[in-house]
Design a protein around this ligand. Structure first.
Ligand code: HDE
Length: 686
């Protein structure tokens, strides 16, 4: 006789227990009455070893941290969706790219590279731009950066460049920056870094926001279409808001005033519905056996293919729509890996890419404590998984059956294998002698460094020059500085001479420089006003001022997701001239100019205690120096004049009435900065 019993295995929770029910419990689910007092022998006696709740609580806390990423430790993530246009079907059979209208969930993690997890967001550095596509054919990771090239050509040098860029081994300073001897010692000796160094000294290394950054896959990938044809491609992310940067002083101020500048911006934008968007683009090149395009070696990660030679074809849109619920579970535990590939996307023999294929899986083993990290919620594929991997640290699946191998006769030879819809490595021919080779085509280290330089607008070039002066100025070893300046002379004689002069070094020997035509796509200088979503306008306010302007700006700019913030001399509300109250968003002690893309002074502020506050003058002067739009309505001009802001300077807007301000202000915001004013301040012609 069989008894009608339930299967006790059905009672095992499918997901790890967390926040189930209202009662506080131990990790074992036993209810807890008091979590504030240790078990002691009497009110003043010693704590007892018997206190299992205390020991569990402290032990778990002691192990709350996992090793931070050795690079890219500081990051911010977001969830989103990728929607394919369908035009990529001609080059790839990867369904999430090829199928028109197909939507795929994505998790993106942006990061800086050199700093530790608690470092400031606005350090001069490369930014990581890693995207995990949870496709129906398996997970695909596009682990890119906001620069299209890299410092080195071979992965074997990665530990060396990173050691050189990280803080000095003796005192562990400086944090999160390359402005020190070991970095410049390395890059001045490894001339292949020259192109990337130009990017690192440009405004690209201090983005205004993650939302205004381009992204690049860097390496060349091989795409495979449904008809079996292949092409060589480079991946690009193009921000819908345009590419915009901070200026260096702003970046430095933010490191103190708001170290979370980028992280906050990303989360606030998503929360307010100003969803960040990028278009994914491809540069598609023939899969020629030489693996070159117009003489550019496509396996060399220190080279770009200028967009003018091979235009970027847009193939879909990524929209970030949700912030992580839990930083650790999602942003910290997400594990990217270049080996997460799907049918239709293949790797090439780029030696940097090949090394990365090893490193990313390897690093997760230490960081996430074992080989089962793909079972963590953020890393779980959204495609069905049926692997033969078993056991190991943190195994949380309960596998069934005994046939953990194939072929097998005990389970009908399951799971089945076939090339149908599978990732099958594309058969490229390989031959050659084993050896530590340096391809001749990898030896030109200056042409594209110069290409980048000559493509910049005069203001961008001035910023780049200032960055070299700052960084080399922080090097204490004169030999290092001189070697870098000599290297610069191979890129541009004027730049090298100007940097040398500012450093107090003798002018470097003139060198022949390559003759290159500019690639206008490399400049960030906008030709016309772009979108303004998430831009912030600060309106100075104090009791008794005419605050109508704030309302007028909100009416016009709010639909474009511009945030208008009231900056006052006290918290709570300010009452305007008409008596109406306005909620205060920021007070002088808690704010700094970096928080605003434009500053507005309404009528009636002049002559008040607010106008006399030295912090207002500093705020206006910084906004002026940083090329931001500054507006004064009515006698607001007196406040500008008192702060030393020239009323006739480009990007300084003065009007009599609030209504007339919104349109010119919107235009100024769309240009990001007054480039004319920045040019004047830098002493160059725009
Ligand atoms: Fe990475 N890189 N990398 N890298 N990288 C890591 O993997 C590595 C390179 C990039 O948000 C690590 O999970 C080697 C280029 C991003 O979690 C590690 C080489 C590009 C992220 C690693 C490179 C990148 C990483 C550290 C030279 C742009 C952050 C933690 C061959 C195309 C991903 C981790 C995230 C992270 C190794 C060069 C981008 C150690 C060996 C080139 C965006 O595995």
């Amino acid at each position: 006789m069989t008894e009608d019993r339930t299967d006790p295995r059905d009672a095992i929770p499918a997901t790890p227990p967390a926040q189930d029910g209202d009662r506080l419990t131990t990790a074992q689910g036993a209810r807890v009455d008091d979590t504030d007092h240790s078990l002691t022998a009497g009110p003043r006696g010693p704590v007892l070893l018997e206190d299992h709740h205390l020991r569990e609580k402290l032990t778990h806390f002691d192990h709350e941290r996992i090793p931070e990423r050795v690079v890219h430790a500081r990051g911010a993530g977001a969830h989103g969706v990728f929607r394919a246009y369908g035009n990529a079907a001609t080059v790839t059979k990867a369904g999430f790219l090829a199928e028109e209208g197909r939507e795929t969930e994505v998790f993106v993690r942006f990061s800086t590279v050199a700093g530790s997890r608690g470092s400031a967001d606005t350090a001069r550095d490369v930014r990581g731009f890693a995207a995990k596509f949870y496709t129906a054919e398996g997970t695909f990771d596009l682990v890119g950066n906001n620069f299209p090239v890299f410092f080195i050509q071979d992965a074997i040098k990665f530990p060396d460049i990173i050691h050189a860029a990280k803080p000095h081994a003796d005192r562990e300073i400086p944090q999160a920056q390359t402005a020190h001897d070991t970095f410049w010692d390395f890059v001045s000796a490894h001339t292949e870094a020259t192109h990337m160094v130009m990017w690192a000294m440009s405004d690209r290394a201090i983005p205004r926001s993650y939302r205004t950054m381009e992204g690049f896959g860097v390496h060349t990938f091989r795409l495979e279409a449904a008809d079996g044809s292949t092409s060589l491609v480079k991946f690009h992310w193009k921000p819908v808001l345009g590419v915009h940067s901070l200026v260096w002083e702003e970046a430095q101020l933010a490191q103190g005033a708001d170290p979370d500048f980028h992280r906050r911006d990303l989360a606030d934008a998503i929360e307010s519905g100003a969803y960040p968007q990028w278009e994914l683009g491809l540069q598609v090149m023939p899969d020629d056996p030489s693996e070159t395009f117009e003489g550019i070696d496509l396996l060399d990660p220190t080279k770009i293919v200028p967009e003018e030679l091979c235009p970027v074809q847009k193939i879909g849109t990524l929209t970030l729509t949700a912030n992580p619920t839990n930083y650790f579970a999602e942003t910290e535990q997400v594990a990217f890996h270049l080996g997460h590939l799907v049918p239709g996307i293949q790797v090439t023999n780029d030696p940097l890419l090949q090394g990365r294929l090893f490193s990313y899986l390897d690093t997760q083993l230490t960081r996430l404590g074992g080989p089962n990290f793909s079972q963590l919620p953020i890393n779980r594929p959204h495609a069905p998984v049926n692997d033969l991997l078993r056991d190991g640290m943190h195994q949380s699946a309960i596998h069934e059956g005994i046939t953990t191998y194939v072929p097998n006769g005990l389970d009908d030879d399951r799971p089945t294998r076939s090339p149908q819809d599978a990732f099958v490595t594309y058969p490229t021919p390989v031959e050659g002698d084993k050896g530590r080779w340096q391809p001749v085509s990898f030896e030109d280290h200056t042409t594209q460094a110069r290409l980048f330089l000559v493509s910049l607008s005069p203001v961008e070039r001035a910023h780049l020059q200032d960055a070299f002066v700052f960084e080399l100025g922080k090097c204490t070893d004169e030999g290092v500085r001189a070697r870098e300046v000599a290297l610069l002379a191979r890129v541009d004689g004027d730049l090298a001479a100007a940097v040398a002069a500012e450093l107090g070094l003798p002018a470097p020997e003139p060198r022949d420089v390559p003759d290159v035509a500019p690639s206008p796509a490399l400049s960030q200088r906008p030709a016309e006003p772009g979108r303004v979503d998430g831009r912030v306008v600060g309106v100075l306010a104090t009791d008794g001022a005419d605050l109508e302007v704030a309302g007028a700006l909100v009416d016009v700019l709010d639909p474009e997701h511009v945030v208008v913030r009231v900056v006052a001399d006290h918290g709570g509300t300010v009452s305007g001239a008409g008596g109406a109250g306005l909620a205060v968003d920021r007070t002088l002690p808690t704010t700094r100019s970096i928080e605003y893309d434009a500053v507005v002074v309404p009528p009636g502020v002049a002559g008040t205690a607010l106008a006399a506050d030295g912090r207002v003058a500093v705020l206006l002067q910084e906004a002026y120096r940083h090329g931001k739009a500054i507006a004064a309505v009515g006698d607001g001009t007196d406040v500008l004049a008192a702060a030393g802001v020239p009323l006739d300077a480009p990007g300084v807007l003065t009007t009599d009435g609030a209504g007339a301000l919104a349109a010119p202000l919107r235009e100024a915001l769309g240009l990001h900065r007054s480039w004319e004013r920045l040019a004047r301040l830098a002493g160059v012609t725009d």
